[in-house]
Design a protein around this ligand. Sequence first.
Ligand SMILES: [Mg+2]
Length: 241
Amino acid sequence: MLLATDLDGTFLGGTQEDKDKLYTLLNNNEDIRLVFVTGRGIRSVLKLLENTSLPKPEYIICDVGATVTHLPTLMAVEPVQSGIAKLWPGDHVRETLKNVKGLLHQEAQQQYRCSYYYDETTDIEGARKVAAALQCDLILSAGKYLDILPKGVNKGYALQQLLGVLALPHHKVLVAGDSMNDYTMYETGFKGVVVGDAERELVARTAAMPHVLQALRTGAGGILEAMAFFPEFSIYLEKEG
Ligand SMILES: [Mg+2]
């Protein structure tokens, strides 16, 4: 199987006991492939991997889907990355968005995405119009993150593209997340888990999806709960004994 998981609030969340259990399972089981799918930039993810005993993923989809990297080599995954690059209008995106009221620029270095914080003073509709005129999408998440991405590029899109390169069938994939920028991973039809304590809108919008489990346990515990819930994934837990 392949676990494609968000980091903050999902893979990095939950009780210490659940995290230990999940990380040990992944470290001891080569049959479970691991992909991180995060809003963080690549530097932040690499830093995280340096400083912890976290299991190492094979691939990192970062920047909410705008960057797809093979971890051992740190090479961009092609042709996925060039496809995304072609959809990005260019550096003038940030310049154009400067005129939108209440957008606070996040400082992370980014190539094919612009990210901001927003609050109740932000002209979100204005930002949406500017984004649309630039052939870009606007994604809100966790009540504070606002991302401008190339049209159609998001976590679900990048994961599908990566699976195409890996020639891995979709039924072997479990996706995990906790906030609205994870929504596209469920929308694409992968079996998934919304972990406990997730963003309310995500819970509401996935509630009627039969392929999505709304877990009770938070973070890593929710991922373990989902592995036990879906028969095709529970065998990996049994192996552990
Ligand atoms: Mg998250």
